[in-house]
Design a binder for this molecule. Structure first.
Ligand code: ADP
Length: 522
């Protein structure tokens, strides 16, 4: 799918200045131009192929992603009738953890990109978990957590790099001879945009590096103990830089057709947190897409979670100074709605959930726990499986649809409760974004289940906006974080309409349902 969109009428592009963002996501790549008031002006989007070579394996063709990136850039520039002169800075935000190894002399990847969702290293991770000291004990402490803030899980880049080095013929020899480069999608695009084999810069930022399992969360450098354990040569790794920083310049021969500073780099969830202007400690956002990603700004200290959350770098604007986030990832959120549509076929399209779920006053006492691929945060039980509990002959499809929407909200509450325990702070309002937040009933149910306000902002390109800000701040396009707060505007606030008694009774039912699903495939 390709689509060029203009968000405003009139042809006033030629004299203006913009920040251009490349938003390289799991299913598509977009280029979006942002104006000074933080509004998207024009965008262009193209999808790329999802490659599934074996059950549970997910790959992308990194050359196709580079090619789509060039296409969307050229498309948006030509439609908006602008040149590189109109662009003050470029920001890059990306699907995180996805892993590419390429030959630095030919510029060609030696294997497809291994995508964040890919579970091919599950067995490796299970073996690693058995090694004493590496995985968390009952107190949530272990070497991997202490060093990286993460868990042993195929989700992160480290074991994917190891897989390529062990399984692609000649890969390890090439790596040891200094011929290979590793990067997540951000590094791959920056290297190509700054000249590739002709002097491309090999860099990443702290937010992306913090998802590799290889960076020390405390000193923001590659950690030798992790590299040794995973047998990854340091020479293949990019240099870790701040997120708001001039990494290099695009080339005349590249898709922008001129020299523009690449000045921002942020992983997609961190970019959404920044775009939501969650710039003070304790502020949090939840993104409702295929899964849910909830992040809370925890300030400049990497607090370790004792409650099943990840500690991750949020962003950095100067060397050795970093802001951190606690993250709760939920694997199945909007994907449960897709399951109602594609597998049960009880809705035709995702928005139908709002219509059917509003036909009943509640979910008729049922709970749907969509643990299709286990439970992620805060439980991390990969043996849990999806279940519908509490059904009677009274149960109708409307109840199940409503229970599906509620399951997204209950999972979010589970993560928020963990965040509140870790941070010692009570969340009074939740900022939301992502494809599913257009569902007003979902948002109302979320407010009722949380007992707090849910705030939906005006701009829905929040992720891209976040890295536009990060890039714009590096070149003075925006002055300071005050500009960012001033640009953030509310579309709608959903206020809690439930009583505390009902809320807690219903949530206790959910907790009981979750317990029933755990430890299923063992
Ligand atoms: P991603 O970035 O993960 O691909 P998006 O942010 O584009 O996801 O959101 C798409 C997800 O949101 C899909 O899983 C879809 O089922 C869900 N979704 C989209 N619209 C609605 C809606 N109106 N109600 C409920 N879920 C929705």
């Amino acid at each position: 799918m390709a689509g060029i969109k203009f968000f405003t009428g009139g042809n006033f592009f030629m004299s203006s200045k913009y920040v251009a963002v490349i938003d390289q996501g799991t299913t598509s790549t977009r280029c979006i131009l942002f104006s000074k008031n933080g509004r998207p002006i024009a965008s262009n989007q193209m999808e790329h192929e999802q490659i599934f070579p074996n059950p549970g394996w997910v790959e992308h063709d990194a050359m196709e992603i580079w090619s789509r990136t060039q296409d969307v850039i050229r498309g948006v520039m030509s439609k908006a009738q602008i040149t590189s002169e109109n662009i003050s800075a470029i920001g890059i935000t990306n699907q995180r953890e996805t892993t590419i190894l390429w030959d630095k002399f030919t510029g060609k990847p030696i294997y497809n990109a291994i995508v964040w969702q890919c579970t091919r290293t599950q067995n490796f991770c299970e073996e690693w978990q058995k090694k004493p000291g590496w995985t968390q004990n009952d107190k949530g402490e272990g070497k991997v957590k202490n060093i990286t803030g993460l868990l042993i899980n195929p989700y992160f880049s480290g074991t994917k790099i190891r897989w390529i080095l062990d399984n692609v013929p000649g890969a390890r020899e090439k790596a040891e001879a200094g011929k290979l480069l590793f990067g997540n999608i951000d590094s791959w695009l920056i290297w190509n945009l700054t000249g590739g084999v002709n002097g491309g810069v090999h860099v990443t930022d702290v937010s992306n590096a913090s998802r590799t399992l290889l960076m020390s969360i405390k000193n923001l450098e590659w950690d030798q103990e992790m590299l040794n354990e995973l047998k990854i040569p340091r020479s293949i790794l990019p240099e870790i830089k701040p997120s708001s920083y001039i990494y290099g310049y695009t080339t005349d021969a590249g898709p922008f057709g001129g020299k523009i500073p690449i000045a921002g780099d942020l992983g997609d969830q961190q970019a959404a947190l920044f775009g939501q202007a969650c710039l003070s400690e304790g502020e949090a956002k939840n993104t409702y897409g295929t899964g849910c990603f909830m992040l809370m700004n925890i300030g400049d200290k990497p607090i370790q979670s004792k409650n099943g959350l990840l500690t991750t770098a949020f962003y950095s604007r100067e060397k050795n100074k970093c802001y951190y986030a606690l993250e709760g990832s939920i694997a199945i959120a909007g994907a449960a709605v897709q399951w109602l549509r594609d597998n049960l076929k009880i809705i035709d399209a995702a928005p139908d959930t709002e219509y059917f779920a509003s036909k009943v006053k509640d979910s008729g006492g049922i709970y749907f726990v969509p643990a299709f691929s286990g439970l992620f945060a805060p439980f991390w039980d990969m043996t849990a499986r999806g279940s519908i509990l509490g059904m009677t002959r009274y149960t109708r499809k409307e109840h199940l649809i409503r229970a599906t929407l509620e399951s997204i909200c209950y999972q979010t509450r589970d993560v928020i409760e963990a965040m509140e325990k870790d941070s010692g702070k009570k969340l009074t309002a939740l900022k939301v974004d992502g494809g599913a937040v257009i569902n007003n009933l979902l948002m109302q149910l979320q407010a009722n289940i949380l007992g707090s306000e849910v705030i939906r902002p005006v701009v829905n390109e929040i992720t891209a906006l976040g890295v536009a800000y990060i890039a714009g701040l590096a070149v003075g396009f925006w002055k300071d974080e005050g500009d960012i707060r001033a640009n953030w505007a509310i579309d709608k606030i959903f206020k809690c309409e439930s009583t505390e008694q009902d809320r807690e009774k219903n949530y206790n039912g959910w907790k009981k349902a979750v317990e029933k699903c755990k430890n299923w495939t063992n």
